[in-house]
Design a protein around this ligand. Structure first.
Ligand SMILES: [Zn+2]
Length: 237
C-alpha cells in the first residue's frame, strides 16, 4: 500500500473529475470498492468543505442525494482525502442502513474511522469550518422531550428522547426515578430536561412511554443540542 504521508502536499485544484478519481481510489483502498457512486456537486459553501445531502421521509430508508464539495476552501491533498474519507463513512452507513448510537459520529462511525486511520489517515469527528454535514431535514415538525444525564465523575453523557406530551406529563415521575437510579450509583450527575426540534435528535428513537432507555451521547453533540433547545429544568444530584 502506498504510504499516505508521502503524498504531495500541494494544494489541489478541485474539479468533478478530480473528486471522482479520489472517491474511486478511496473506495478501493478503504471500502473494497463496495460504495455506490453518488452524484458529486461543486458548490460555494462557506460553512463546510464537504457534506452528504440525504433525505429521509417517514419510514423509508434514508436516501443519498449527492456529495457536495465546496470550492471555497483551499485544501491540501491529504486534508481533502481525510475529509472525503469521513464523508464516505457516512455513505457506507446510509447505503447499508446502519443506525449508529451516540450521534452521527457514534460508536460504529468511530470504529470505522479508527480502522481507516490505521492506514495512515487522520479522519476526525470534529466539525470545524472545514467540515460539517447538513441534512435536508433540518427541523423536526414537532418538538420532542429530551432528558440528558451527565455523569460528572466520568464526564459521560447519555440521552433519551420522549414524545412531548408524555414527557411533560411524566416529568416529575421521571425525576424521582432518575434520582433513585443515581443515588444507587453514588456519583455526581447533572440532569437536563429539554424541549427541542433540533434535527439531529432524529437519530434517536422517540419513545412513547416514560421508561428510561438511555443512549450514549457525544459531548460535541450534547453542546449542539443544548444550543438548539429550550431548557425546561436542570438539576444536580
Ligand atoms: Zn460527519
Amino acid at each position: 500500500m502506498k504510504n499516505y504521508k508521502n503524498f504531495s502536499e500541494d494544494y489541489i485544484d478541485l474539479s468533478i473529475d478530480y473528486i471522482q478519481n479520489q472517491y474511486d481510489d478511496l473506495n478501493n483502498l478503504l471500502f473494497d470498492g463496495k460504495l455506490e457512486k453518488i452524484p458529486i456537486k461543486l458548490e460555494i459553501n462557506k460553512n463546510s468543505a464537504a457534506r452528504i445531502i440525504s433525505t429521509k421521509e417517514g419510514n423509508q430508508p434514508e436516501k443519498l442525494n449527492y456529495l457536495g464539495i465546496s470550492k471555497y476552501f483551499k485544501m491540501k491533498k491529504s486534508i481533502f482525502r481525510d475529509i472525503l474519507a469521513h464523508e464516505m463513512i457516512h455513505v457506507y452507513m446510509i447505503q447499508n442502513h446502519i443506525k449508529d448510537y451516540g450521534g452521527y459520529h457514534g460508536i460504529i462511525f468511530k470504529k470505522m474511522m479508527d480502522e481507516i486511520n490505521k492506514k495512515g489517515f487522520n479522519v476526525t469527528i470534529v466539525h470545524t469550518s472545514h467540515h460539517s454535514e447538513i441534512n435536508d431535514l433540518r427541523v423536526s415538525k414537532t418538538k420532542v422531550g429530551v432528558a440528558i444525564m451527565h455523569n460528572k465523575d466520568l464526564d459521560e453523557y447519555s440521552i433519551t428522547v420522549i414524545k412531548k406530551d408524555v414527557f411533560l406529563n411524566t416529568l416529575e415521575n421521571n425525576e424521582v426515578k432518575l434520582r433513585y437510579y443515581i443515588k444507587n450509583k453514588k456519583q455526581n450527575y447533572d440532569i437536563y430536561y429539554l424541549l427541542s426540534d433540533y434535527y439531529k435528535l432524529k437519530i434517536y428513537p422517540c419513545i412513547r412511554k416514560s421508561d428510561s432507555n438511555f443512549y450514549i451521547l457525544e459531548k460535541d453533540l450534547f453542546n449542539e443540542i443544548i444550543d438548539n433547545s429550550e431548557i425546561i429544568k436542570k438539576i444536580s444530584v
